[in-house]
Design a binder for this molecule. Structure first.
Ligand SMILES: [Zn+2]
Length: 493
């Protein structure tokens, strides 16, 4: 069980309620309303113009690719694509040079979708609307905190970058589910190629609305919005902390205030930010400089026709391919393989007759790399055949896969050049006998020991055998030999 799940022991009688707002930067060449480059990491304030600096007299022109990407994402999330209106969201903050942000308010582009998690649970999506990003403020001095800083610097390269904000319904019931939702959304973003979805570079930013309620009730109590969670780990930990804070307030005849909060990773706690604005505070109104978006049925049909296979469909196909080969793949393995886009590789190897259980295990354990494109389904199938027929050990299979990633050569050829030959049968028997003889006391402890002790000492003996054979022994075979020997000794004594 993950750390987050273990920590989330809400006192009995309480239920967690979480909705997520995820901001995603679209990977268009230019910004949402001007021709400036949409590029991360450039020299500050070099990708700017009168429009994204909000200079008087400049006018926005909407980027058609950004709108197309947003609709594409919407359809991939099962949303209805609607006619939409751009609205001004007014607020005074130095990172928004116009003093308002162009967003969508009561008529967003996408509404009513959902995301199906790998375990089959469905999280509703209320809306996915288009808006522009703000600039970036960096506080200098005082450890980078706003209150202690000497001064602030602003980079407007990000101002006007196209975003889609995906707002989930408050359907999420655990920190683990929240993480699973973000992973799944990331998979959809990568599949549709509308964003590079890099949390660490800020092209995918998560806000979590957290509240608690008595288990079984359907009320929605006061929520707090934790802003800008920049990793899955922070997301899980922040939700757990905040939920526990709420429970302890309610249980002490107090209650949380509706506010935004910040997650302090170092201190493992949330701290209060500003009290949460209501929509009224933003004084939304339709942007008079932009025409409404009016996609027709043909536009939507064209998008639907161009959508790639999505993670949920790929998982279903992988489960079916394994099932047809006689193996029930776990939901976790299926999700992981699809996330790494290794599902077609596995399915290809199964088509070539590879043992499904061995194939899944080898790829899950030994192919956790990005640059595996040289590994072919045929090569993988050959490798799996060598493992299944005990020609190579698991340790050797791992080394072979590493070499296949590098060179793309067939595993038989690599095994030959590395001099691999798994040690099984009589040779292995002899080594095990020798190791037992030279560790007689430990062997006696193994014979007398309970299950825990035996498990510990099995590790010791396997290690000794591995050292003696320079890793050429099959760990499972050593294990088997040890327990066979033990039965024999016990039977004799
Ligand atoms: Zn510009």
């Amino acid at each position: 069980m993950s750390e987050a799940l273990r920590e989330l022991a809400l006192p009995s009688g309480w239920e967690l309620v979480v909705g997520l707002e995820v901001h995603v930067e679209l990977s268009t060449a230019s910004k949402l309303f001007c021709c400036c480059a949409n590029r991360f990491g450039d020299e500050p304030n070099t990708n700017v113009c009168p429009v994204c600096l909000g200079l008087p007299g400049s006018l926005p022109v909407v980027n058609a690719t950004a709108v197309n990407f947003a609709m594409r994402l919407g359809r991939a999330l099962g949303c209805a694509v609607k006619g939409a209106v751009f609205a001004r969201k007014n607020y005074f903050y130095p990172d928004m040079p116009k003093d308002y942000q162009i967003s969508q308010y009561d008529q967003p582009t996408n509404i009513n979708g959902s995301i199906e998690l790998p375990d089959g649970y469905c999280v509703g999506i209320e809306r996915a609307h288009i808006e522009e990003d703000t600039g970036k403020t960096v506080h200098i001095g005082g450890g980078g905190r706003i209150h202690d800083a000497d001064y602030a610097l602003i980079d407007y390269n990000r101002a006007g970058v196209p975003l889609v904000e995906i707002v989930s319904r408050p359907d999420i019931r655990s920190a683990e589910q929240a993480r699973s939702y973000v992973r799944e959304l990331r998979g959809v973003l990568l599949a549709t190629a509308v964003s590079d979805a890099r949390m660490e570079e800020g092209s995918m930013r998560v806000d979590a609305n957290v509240s608690v309620r008595p288990a079984g009730s359907d009320e929605l109590r006061t929520r707090c919005e934790i802003k800008n969670l920049s990793s899955l780990r922070s997301l899980g930990r922040a939700i757990v902390y905040e939920a526990q804070r709420h429970v302890s307030l309610w249980e002490n005849d107090d209650q949380p205030r509706q506010e935004t909060r910040h997650w302090d990773e170092a201190k493992s706690r949330t701290t209060p930010g500003r009290s949460k604005e209501d929509a009224d505070d933003y004084r939304y109104f339709q942007d008079p400089d932009l025409v409404p978006l009016a996609p027709d049925a043909a536009d939507v049909a064209a998008i639907d026709a161009s959508l790639p296979r999505l993670p949920a469909d790929r998982r279903t196909a992988l489960v079916a391919a394994c099932g047809a080969a006689g193996h029930v793949i776990s939901p976790e393995d299926a999700a992981l393989l699809v996330e790494r886009i290794q599902d077609d590789l596995v399915a290809g190897a199964l088509q070539a007759g590879a043992d499904p259980a061995v194939t899944v295990t080898r790829v899950v354990n030994d192919l956790a790399v990005d640059n595996w494109s040289k590994v072919t389904a045929a090569g993988l199938a050959s490798l799996v055949a060598m493992v299944s027929s005990n020609q190579v050990t698991s340790t050797q299979a791992k080394q072979l896969l590493e070499a296949m990633v590098e060179s793309g050569e067939p595993p038989e050829k690599i095994a030959e050049s590395l001099g691999f030959e798994a040690m099984t049968g009589d040779d292995l028997q002899a080594v095990v006998t020798e190791i037992i003889a030279s560790n007689a006391d430990t062997w006696q402890r193994y014979l007398d020991g309970d299950e825990t002790e035996r498990k510990k000492l099995t590790g010791f003996f396997t290690g000794q055998v591995m050292r003696a054979t320079k890793g050429q022994a099959d760990g499972a075979a050593v294990n088997r030999l040890l327990s066979e020997r033990a039965k024999f000794f016990v039977a004799r004594s």
